[in-house]
Design a protein around this ligand. Structure first.
Ligand code: SF4
Ligand code: MG
Length: 283
């Protein structure tokens, strides 16, 4: 069984010192080891943004795709080789702005993929513009008078799109984040894990201290039932989307793979690929 160190490679991340994405990377590597994965059984597919570089920093199959397109690629990878465990990852701009159309439909499609969003509430790679996650009034180079658009709630959107696994965490809370990624990897269906991952260089409002003061950890509610969809939606709205933990999980609904006629038969997809290769070799 691989250790978390075997999911490391020799590429040094060029994130700014203190960027939350370091902890997200470490949590993915630990979770992958904890659920018994091997590097050759994992694919990490990412979009564009500072956080999108993560696929190059993990020893596994990886593809750093184009902006907002991590999920279409990840779904293609999973459909082509369902023996692989597939993680898609990227930032809030990548997943909730240009990629939002894909995000919503990937959620309702419910392929067995874990989507980890590093949500810093800003565009970091392009040096600090307002993202769909920025608060109203948030001042950046693109909104010098403060943002006049409402803030998008990925948790509410995921719930209304029929998500079967919705979680949120904070990059500083490695224990919780690692456990949630493990739960996401073990979930049979699409899992969304939104991670507050501070941008220390361009976001001087949503800092580590700000998150620590504003996060509402679900551990405070021992009676909370994460299988109750209405309770989950209520709690998201009551906390203005700031709650962390496993918010909702539906273990009844089958994944896309399990519902496709014929696709559920072991080996069918690989057999088809093998047949095509044999035919190709004879040409
Ligand atoms: Fe992280 Fe922000 Fe630096 Fe990008 S600009 S690496 S998001 S701290
Ligand atoms: Mg961002």
């Amino acid at each position: 069984m691989a250790t978390f160190k075997e999911f490391r490679n020799n590429v040094k991340p060029n994130w700014c010192p203190g960027c939350g994405d370091f902890s997200v990377q470490a949590s993915i590597q630990r979770a992958a080891a904890n659920v018994g994965l091997e590097p050759e059984r994992l694919a990490v597919i990412s979009g564009i943004g500072c956080s999108g570089r993560i696929s190059g920093y993990i020893n596994a199959y990886g593809l750093h795709g184009i902006h907002g397109r991590a999920l279409p690629i990840a779904q293609g990878v999973k459909l082509a080789n369902r023996e692989l465990t597939v993680i898609a990852s990227g930032g809030d701009g990548d997943g909730f702005a240009i990629g939002m159309g894909h995000t919503v439909h990937a959620i309702r499609r419910n392929l067995d993929i874990t989507y980890i969003v590093m949500d810093n509430q800003i565009y970091g790679l392009t040096k600090g513009q307002t993202s769909p996650r920025s608060a109203e009034g948030f001042k950046t180079k693109s909104t010098p008078e403060g943002s006049i658009e409402s803030t998008l709630s990925p948790l509410e959107i995921a719930m209304s799109a029929g998500a079967t696994f919705v979680a949120q965490s904070f990059s500083s809370d490695l224990k919780q984040l690692t456990a949630l990624i493990e739960a996401g990897l073990n979930h049979k269906g699409f899992s969304l894990i939104n991670v507050f991952s501070p941008c220390v260089t361009f976001n001087k409002v949503n800092t580590y201290d700000w998150f620590k003061e504003n996060i509402v950890n679900l551990d405070q509610f021992p009676d909370y039932d994460s299988s109750n969809r209405i309770a989950a939606m209520n709690k998201i709205m009551e906390t203005n989307g700031m709650l962390t933990g496993l918010i909702y999980q539906d273990t009844v609904r089958k994944s896309y793979e399990d519902l496709v006629v014929g696709f559920g038969e072991q080996g069918l997809a690989n057999q088809d690929i093998q047949m095509s290769q044999e035919q190709f070799d004879k040409l």
